[in-house]
Design a protein around this ligand. Structure first.
Ligand code: SF4
Length: 389
């Protein structure tokens, strides 16, 4: 009982704008496991205080550029092997066609996703890139981003551990970049753990990329993957790792909290997805550790209950596509945007479309990108209601 009182006092101080220390967060988490109601009240308060009653999403087209990958993560169904039916190697023509479909459906985001440096492992990828006139996946991403931008979409690239020079090049056309930290624990890279065969997921390597992005002043989306063998304290430590890098560079525009879902064709096919209570508590913990952050959960991965996460502290649904599937979680279709709008409205929130860069990060992008966005944005740096209709 005394521990619960201690936690309530702590939570009250958070309402006054204080950030908890790591050990305080551990305590809050342990109390919330027994009864999360106080934590949710505070996370909701902080959310409303910093984000009002608006919830955002990005209307996107998903470009599954090359899904061969140098690494292997135990939960990944996105990655293909040569010869498999799910392999994707988008030609320049495929890209141009998808850009015009995206434009027709008033998408604003071109999400470019690839595996980790496929050309380093697969001769097929190396040869294919060469035939198309590129020496690396990163070079192809630069080209694809240029044509997406010319076609009226705003690129956001998620291609793993890019070098600083590659990021500098992509910054010319991409309004933001993405790289999931997933978890800051080195333990998950050990033998028999999910990242044993994925050196790019080593937390030191990931943090270095996030730091490079900070030095380049690139608005970054990052996030954590829940239910991949971490313990709750490692998850909390990971939120602090994001806080640390953001405190230093002020460039993390969004934290995604993604719940693992088992895939039949992966070694983790029999592992359960995380319990919803754990997931929700961690959303609320992220809100109290990073009170002003944009916090997202993907609605398609909690199809029955996503709107209940509004009361745990989220303020964004990430990219939702009216035209392409979620290739990372192909068994989970995106909800209809109109349905999401209705669900938000029933919960007392207003759904608005944003660009892949959040309004408060517009000043980070170059003047060409800004003026292109200004053509269809409103006074709040959101996509104008007239454009989406
Ligand atoms: S999650 Fe990413 S890095 Fe891991 S195997 Fe899949 S594509 Fe590769």
């Amino acid at each position: 009982m005394s521990e619960l009182i201690l936690s309530s006092e702590l939570l009250n101080r958070l309402v006054d704008g204080r950030t908890p220390s790591k050990s305080e967060s551990y305590q809050i988490y342990q109390d919330a496991e027994r009864d999360p109601s106080e934590l949710y009240k505070v996370s909701q308060f902080l959310r409303n205080n910093h984000k009002g009653s608006m919830v955002t999403y990005s209307r996107k087209a998903f470009f599954n550029l090359i899904n061969l990958c140098r690494d292997t993560c135990s939960y990944c169904t996105y990655k293909s092997e040569p010869g498999q039916s799910k392999i994707s190697m988008l030609s320049k023509k495929n890209i141009t066609e998808l850009i015009s479909i995206g434009k027709k459906y008033n998408c604003t985001e071109a999400l470019f996703v690839t595996g980790e440096r496929p050309e380093q492992k697969y001769q097929e990828a190396k040869t294919w890139l060469k035939e198309n006139g590129f020496s690396s996946t990163a070079e192809y991403l630069v080209y694809a981003s240029e044509i997406a931008l010319e076609g009226g979409l705003f690129p956001h690239t998620n291609a793993g551990n890019l070098t600083k020079d590659e990021m500098r090049e992509l910054k010319k056309t991409n309004v933001s970049l993405g790289l999931m930290l997933e978890n800051a624990s080195e333990r998950l890279s050990e033998k028999n753990m999910v990242h044993q065969f994925a050196p790019s997921k080593n937390p030191k390597a990931r943090m270095k990329i996030l730091q490079n992005a900070g030095e380049l002043k690139i608005p970054m989306t990052t996030g954590l993957l829940l239910g991949i063998g971490e313990n709750p304290f490692e998850l909390i430590d990971s939120i602090y790792s994001i806080k640390e890098i953001h405190d230093k560079h002020q460039h993390i525009q969004e934290v995604i909290l993604q719940n693992f879902q088992p895939k039949y064709d992966t070694p983790m096919r029999d592992s359960p997805s995380p319990q919803e209570k754990y997931f929700k508590i961690m959303v609320a913990m992220t809100r109290i550790i990073l009170p002003k952050m944009n916090i997202q959960i993907p609605p398609n991965l909690s199809p029955k209950s996503y709107s209940s996460f509004l009361s745990a502290g989220i303020n964004d649904w990430g990219g939702i596509s009216p035209i392409t599937r979620d290739y990372v979680n192909p068994e989970f279709p995106w909800p209809q945007i109109e349905e999401v709008k209705k669900d938000c409205s029933s919960a007392g929130f207003q759904l608005r479309a944003r660009f892949p860069v959040y309004p408060e990060f517009f000043s980070y992008v170059n003047s060409d990108l800004r003026s292109r966005m200004n053509e269809i944005s409103d006074s709040e740096n959101l996509v104008s209601k007239e454009y989406i209709k």
